[in-house]
Write a protein that binds this ligand. Sequence first.
Ligand code: MTE
Ligand code: MO
Length: 485
Amino acid sequence: MAVNGRVSMQKKRLLGAAAVGLGALGAGELLAAVRGGSVLDGLGRFAADYAPTQVVETMVARAGEHDKEMTRLGVALGGIAAAAGIGLLPRGLWTPAAVGFGAGTASAALRSANRSVPGALGGIAAAAVLRAGLRRRPTGIGGELLWAAAGTGLLAAAETLVRREDLRHRERVRRVGAMGAHAPVPEDGLGIEPGLTPLITPTSKFYVADVNSRPPRIDPGQWRLSIGGQVAHQLRLSLADLAEQAVEFDAVMVCVHNTVGSGRCGNARWFGVPLTALLDHAVPERGATRLVTRAVDGYTISLPLEPLRTGEWPGYLVIGMNGEPLPPEHGFPARVFVPGIYGQYSGAKWITELELADDSHVDYWWKRGWPAEPLWVRPQARIDVANDGGSGTGKFTVAGVAWAPPHGVSGVDIRVDETDWLPVELGSELAPAAWRRWRTIVDLPPGTHTIAARVTGRSGEVQDADDRPPFPLGPGGLHTVTVTA
Ligand SMILES: Nc1nc2c(c(=O)[nH]1)N[C@H]1C(S)=C(S)[C@@H](COP(=O)(O)O)O[C@H]1N2
Ligand SMILES: [Mo]
C-alpha cells in the first residue's frame, strides 16, 4: 500500500512537472519568437549536430521528407521530458537543474542557423518559468491542465509569429527580381503523361535537406560574398555583381539519402557564376588545395580546388533557380553546386564565404564518419507511372525519370518479373547533368507482376542493383513496383 502510494505520488509529480515544462517551453518560445528567434530550432540544430551517425540515418530513413517536423516534435518532447525529470529531483536540486536547463537551451540556440540570441533568451526565460512553476505549482489535475493548455497555446502563438516573419522574408526575397532568362523550358518529346514527373521540378516541390529546422533569413541588401583565405586578391561581391556574370544551366540535384524510388532529388534550371571565373579573379595561392564553402549556419562543405579551377568539375556559385532568386529554404542568396556530386558534398546553401584553404580544413560531415572526398551521384532510375489507365486491357504504361550526372543517361531498361531487360523510349536530353524522362508500354498477362527499372550512364556504368543504405557511399538498389493486371 505504502509502495503504491509512493508510486502514484511520483507519477503525479512527474506529470505535474511535465505540464509545467510545457508551459515553460511555450513561454520561452513565444519570447524568442517576438524577438525573431526560436528555442526549439536551436535545440533541433543541437540534436542534428551531435546525434550519432546511426541515429541521424535511422531518423532520415523513417521521417523521410518530414524530418524537420519530426525534429521539432522530438526536441519539444525532449524538453518536456527534461522538465519532468527535474521535477522528480529533490527540491534542493531544482534551482541548479533549472540553471543547467537554461544554460543548455541557451547555448543550443546560439548554435542554431540564425545564431539566435532571442532563442537563447527564450531558453533562459523557459528555465526561470520552470523553476518558479515547480515551486508554485498548484496541485490537482486542474492546475496541471492549465499549465499544459497555456504551454500549447503559447507554442502555437510563437509558431504563428515565426511563420509570419518567414513569409515577410520570402516576400523580400521575391522582390530581388528575376534571376535567369525565363526562357521557356524545351519539350523532351514525351508530351504530357499523367503522373509523370515534370522535366523541371517546380521550385515549390523541390526537396529540402539541411541540418536546420528553418532557413536562416539573410538580408539581400547587406549580404556580400567574400572570397578569401589563401588568395592573391580578396573579393567582396554583391548579388548584383554576381548576377552580371551568371549563366543558366540545367542539372539534377540529388541528396545522398535519396534511396531508390524516393523524392530527395529534383531537376532545376539554375542560374549561377562558374567557379572558374571567380577563382580566376581571386587567384588562389600555391598552398591552397581546398575550396571551402562556408555558410551562415556554421556548415561547411569543402571540395578539392584543382578540378574546380580547371573546370574539369564544372561548379557554380548559384543565385537563381527556375528564373527566380533562390527561395530561403534553397539557400538564398547563394549556394555552391557542382552537378554530379551529391548535395551533401556539392556545396553549402546560405553561403557567406568561399575560402581557399589547405588540407588542414575539416568539414561538418567528416567528423561523423562520412568520407572526405566528394561522393558522385550513383545513377538511378525511378518509376513514377505504372498503370493501364483504367482500360483493363493489360496494356501498361510504365514511365519515370533517370539520371546519371554529370555525363548523362544513355539508356533505361525495365524488367517485368524475371524476364529479360527491355529498353524503353527516352525523352530528349535537356543537358547531360539533368535528369531524363522515359516511357514504355508493356502487355501484361492477368496477375500480379513486379516491374524494375535500371539506368545506364553514358560512361558505361550500369545502375548498381545491390540494396545498399545511404551511409557511407550513397544508396544502391533498383526501384521496383508491383502491379496487378
Ligand atoms: N548550409 C548548408 N548547406 C547545405 C546543407 C546544410 O545543412 N547546410 N545540406 C546539404 C545537403 S545534405 C543537401 S542534399 C543539399 C540540399 O539542397 P536543397 O535543400 O536545396 O534541396 O544542400 C546541402 N547544402
Ligand atoms: Mo543531403
